[in-house]
Design a binder for this molecule. Sequence first.
Ligand code: UT7
Length: 321
Amino acid sequence: MKTRIIGTGSCLPETVVTNDDLSKIMDTSDEWISSRTGIRARHLVKEETTSSMSIEAAKRAMENAGVTADEIDLIILGTVSPDYVTPACACEVQAAIGAKNAVAFDINAACSGFMFALNITNAYIQAGLYRTALILGAETLSKIIDWKDRGTCVLFGDGAGAAVVRGDEKYGMLSFDQGSDGVKGDVLACLNRTNNNPLVETDPMLSYVHMDGQEVYKFAVTTVPASLQKTIEAAGLTAEDIDYFALHQANIRIIQSVSKRLHISEEKFPISLDHCGNISAASVPILLDEMNRKGLLQPGMKIAMSGFGGGLTWASAVLEW
Ligand code: UT7
């Protein structure tokens, strides 16, 4: 039995904010942002929330897969920006779509969140515990970034992506790799609320994302090609056999560097960061959904996917579509 993605969906907030829009409210420029990152615009929430976008993406993925809520027995959602500490966003999705037979929980693996969800689902399916899963990556990063820090706030966006995954006899996941390096956790961090119990004297403090961009960049351009290479080899394939590489959308220069290191044309690396920015856990499923809806993905095609980011964490998978 293989773990196959049988449907995708996504949801982006209605409001688009371009680099030029940002340059009117802070000291930045379209030239700086687009030449350094490839980002030209991002969607930011006004009314939308992490759960409202997740629910919409879930409905679209279920419709695309032709699966009803009753058939879903597992929901895993990757996020670092849920609406609540509890209940989990996955439980909110479960309630809204009426997936009463499902077990639902969130995971925090930052930008690798969707890929971790896929790999966990694969383990459950291989173990014979569940057959049909809904996996999501969803973020409202605009509420946890510091809008006074031009070095980070121009990079991120909001949105949600989802996929329906099912055990399949013919096509599906061939291999995966995942890892973590907690020692380097501080290069991309966001502190949770501080303790305000009667025994501790601290000022309640709001904290925002802090990133050492160059350290994250170095981590990405070494770890991602190595993880992809390992996963492709484990599938019994070479990089040339892969039809598309669906990577976390953080920076066009990281994607170009991976393409160079693997000696694979950039044409095989579809992009959504130009109009979405970096949406952490939501980047990979939104990109997959865009590829799917453009008709790029045909049954049996070999797709390599990779997520990387806070933790630090990384995860790759090779699958037949
Ligand atoms: O999903 C998580 C993964 N995250 C990533 O993958 C991020 C990886 N890192 C990167 O993509 C890059 O490090 C960045 C795009 C974040 C930054 O690029 P950089 O080439 O490392 O720039 P820098 O931070 O070294 O800044 C260079 C200059 C500085 O000015 P000085 O000190 O040289 O005068 C910054 O103050 O650019 C300045 N700067 C800006 N200028 C205009 C920083 N942000 C901006 C801005 N607009 N938004």
